[in-house]
Design a protein around this ligand. Structure first.
Ligand SMILES: [Zn+2]
Length: 180
């Protein structure tokens, strides 16, 4: 019974959120709400904040669109956010063991750890799955975490980020250099 009620509440929340998305172009992103038009975030997820933002910044341009056009625009804006924001290159989305090795490489790079730590992490993972979920151990074994692979993954992520910055920079109006 409790589960059923919870599901109903969840469904209801999702419907409300979809409604707000279409009306005010906000989506939920990492516990915040994100305006898909200008990428500003709002910390408090609340209809009045969304409406205020939309009315003061975007209503003039967007109020002319009917519902089906709004839905189309929303989908396009969402898609461009999802494809632009990932640090992981597109290739990593196709295969889960490649994706897993990118994620480990990302942690090593962020923490300034030696590339050779990849193998140690893999050993830790294998020891853990031995204890916790034996059925996953074969998929852990397919994750490549040798130093050469980790180096390549980090190189791919940095190229990916560089390309995103270069492509976003085309839309910049001003550049600032120096200590500002
Ligand atoms: Zn906005």
């Amino acid at each position: 019974m409790v589960d059923k009620r919870k599901r109903e509440v969840d469904d209801e929340c999702r419907q409300i959120q979809e409604e707000w998305s279409v009306k005010y172009f906000f989506i939920e992103s990492a516990d915040k709400a994100l305006c898909v038009i200008c990428h500003e975030t709002v910390a408090v997820l609340n209809k009045y904040n969304f409406r205020h933002h939309y009315q003061s910044k975007h209503q003039r341009k967007y109020s002319q669109f009917e519902r089906n056009i709004r839905e189309e625009k929303l989908a396009k804006l969402k898609q461009s956010i999802n494809s632009k924001r990932s640090v992981f290159p597109k290739a990593s989305k196709q295969n889960e063991s490649i994706r897993a090795s990118f994620k480990v490489a990302y942690i090593l790079a962020k923490n300034g750890k030696p590339l050779t730590d990849g193998e140690i992490i893999k050993n830790c993972l294998l020891k853990n799955v031995d204890e916790l979920c034996l059925e996953k151990s074969n998929s852990i074994k397919t994750i490549t975490l040798g130093d050469n692979t980790v180096a390549r993954r980090i190189g791919d992520m940095s190229t990916n980020l560089k390309e995103q910055i270069a492509s976003n920079a085309k839309n910049f109006v001003h550049f600032f250099f120096g200590n500002g």
